[in-house]
Design a protein. Structure first.
Length: 323
């Protein structure tokens, strides 16, 4: 497996923190310039369809609902803007601004049925928002999850479950479960990394989880198939390939993709499990100088045929997955 650059998208005037794909194959990018850009390929060429301008400060992270028609944007102004469109042919319009966090909002994520939105912040908390009668226009906070001792960097829902995973500057990963009645419990705290945990993602079937860290390692976690609720144990560690912080990780059918502070992106592909050993992950491709500065985020598209990356250099790149 290898990666081939197919597009270089410019327009942001500050570093680009995050990219996210929607179901229509469009891409959103979030930047320190306070804007979110929506990109789409038309007649084989990528162009910017729309620029979303609402926040005066950095937009750190964005997430789409499953149908791609709602977008949440997490900002350093401590708010989350919600954008909606009636159909893919329409433009996004802002319909709500969620307030409550005391400091910068670092990440947002919708659960599988889009009923819940999770957000995390430098205030050390994870908030869970639930749709109201008008969707997220009148969303309510139904959970304020505290337990991390430092800045919470990222949140991600376990596929198909009302279970959210958070990772933090406190070097841990926490697994939170909906207990009913607006009660959320921390079911598990995972150690293993020796420094900040930057991001978490799941295998396509949801049976495994992957985390990346400032300690230059990637850890693959296995879900216990015998447990009624998601519980994870450390399966393997990918180490020795990244000389600096790993800021982002994405998992799709081709394998595990990483973004590193050495300006490179790397693709790891699995070897089959045996009766006695779990799968291992081999370095399949390294794109050195993928960007001219730290790579902040990488994401596979829903089909796993393309990937997007973004960087402190202010550029978004599209990569074709070959092999």
């Amino acid at each position: 497996m290898s990666l081939k650059e197919v597009a270089c998208l410019t327009g942001h005037v500050d570093r680009v923190w995050c990219v996210a794909w929607n179901a229509q194959g469009e891409l959103a990018s979030a930047s320190g310039d306070g804007n979110v850009r929506i990109w789409a390929a038309e007649d084989g060429k990528w162009r910017c369809k729309q620029v979303l301008k609402e926040h005066e400060r950095t937009v750190r992270n964005v997430a789409f609902t499953g149908d791609g028609n709602t977008l949440a944007c997490a900002s350093f102004d401590a708010t989350i803007s919600i954008w909606q469109r009636a159909s893919p042919a329409q433009e996004y319009e802002m319909v709500a601004c969620l307030e409550g966090h005391e400091n910068e909002v670092k990440a947002v994520a919708f659960n599988s049925d889009d009923r819940f939105l999770a957000s995390c912040s430098r205030d050390k908390s994870v908030w869970v928002w639930e749709q109201g009668s008008n969707g997220f226009e009148d969303a309510d906070c139904v959970g304020c999850l505290t337990g991390h001792s430092q800045d919470v960097k990222f949140v991600k829902w376990v596929p198909g479950e009302d279970v959210v995973v958070s990772c933090s500057y406190d070097d841990t990963v926490k697994v939170w479960r909906d207990m009913g009645g607006d009660d959320w419990s921390c079911d598990q705290t995972l150690g293993g990394h020796s420094s900040t945990v930057w991001m978490v993602d799941f295998s396509p079937d949801g049976s495994q989880m992957v985390t990346c860290s400032d300690d230059s390692t990637v850890i693959v976690w296995s879900r216990d198939p015998m447990h009624p609720f998601p519980q994870f144990t450390r399966q393997s560690t990918i180490t020795g390939h990244h000389p600096r912080t790993i800021y982002s990780v994405s998992w799709s059918h081709p394998g595990i993709l990483t973004a590193c502070g050495d300006d490179a992106i790397r693709l790891f592909t699995p070897t089959p499990a045996t009766p006695t050993d779990p799968p291992s992950y081999n370095l399949s491709d390294t794109v050195y100088h993928a960007h001219s500065a730290d790579v902040n985020c990488v994401k596979f598209n829903p089909e796993g045929t393309l990937a997007a990356s973004c960087s402190d250099d202010g550029v978004v790149k599209i990569w074709e997955v070959l092999g």
